[in-house]
Design a protein around this ligand. Sequence first.
Ligand SMILES: *Cc1c(COP(=O)(O)O)cnc(C)c1O
Length: 378
Amino acid sequence: MNDKIWLSSPHMGGGEMKYVQEAYDTNWVAPLGKNVNMFEDKLADFSGASYASALSSGTSAIHLALVLLGVGQGDEVIVQSFTFSASANPVTYVGATPVFVDSEEDTWNMCPDTLKKAIEDRMAKGKVPKAIIPVHLYGMPAKMDKIIQVADEYNIPIIEDAAEALGSSYKNKKMGTWGHLGVLSFNGNKIITTSGGGALLSDDKELIEKSRFLATQARDAAPHYEHSHIGFNYRMSNILAGIGCGQMEVLNSHIEKRRNNNVWYRELLKNSKGVKFQEEPNGDYYSNYWLSSICIDPQKCGITREELRLKFEEANIESRPLWKPMHLQPVFKDFPFYSTGVSEQLFKDGLCLPSGSNLSSAERDRIASVLKETLVIN
Ligand SMILES: *Cc1c(COP(=O)(O)O)cnc(C)c1O
């Protein structure tokens, strides 16, 4: 049997160990230290945000963002339905209710018009939403200027879930820097990884300083342990931040390779009429193409998404249906949802293709031979 080809696997650059070794040699094996500070500086520099705080996961970053914005019991938070569950779960951690908004056709992300309708309907029902969480799915930027325009009209802050979009940009501004707070993830499958980790980005110094304070158990200045806030243990380890520092050295090359995978898939499937890619709608959009994703019309392609996925599986190649929308998840089915019909269609016919920055040409050949059997029309 051939080795497994993963959807997206960790890809070390080689420079990580020197930072990890330094932390070890200087005994900074703790959730603070030089690597944590350096990683934060590198993230802020790269993204163009003024400040970054390194945390234990993207999920904890979203949780802290909600706490920082004062979201609590009984509040409502608007969340993009077409996302991974970690965008929505933290809303429930603070006792708030997620209100799901569907996607638009061109970006596959939160539809600004439907967002407006949702806000107006929630207000008519008696509540102004406390925050909005748009997502840049698979690296594709959401239409942030339009979303911000709507949010500003009602004075609602934005937590931008850029967990999949490090290095993507819209109108030359990096994703994660559009909202009041931006969220990054360094989980094992993301474009760079610290094995597990996350970060908050912001131009608001006070918010970022407070995020560091809350993430380290909210210890007030006193010789004994003194607490006037509920704290969390959400800070990133100095060892893992060392991996992050090394990964930052190869981030641009990872983005280039992922974008190159996308070009390769597109070229391979260029004559396949029933295949639709998630693609940059115009030159304003720059996706890191974390995952290359397609939607297939079973009538035109003569194969369903699931049949194609199973063909890949037979060849020991991982592919995955597009994320199942939150409003269809058993755990979230009773929460409000504002539909466009887009995410349900995408979930029905869509597939994420192997997209690692470490795909070898031999692996590409194996992927191509499955696609040639099924989808390629010359
Ligand atoms: C990965 C991911 C998260 C969560 O990040 P973790 O670091 O795994 O906790 C949040 N939102 C989206 C869209 C993600 O893909």
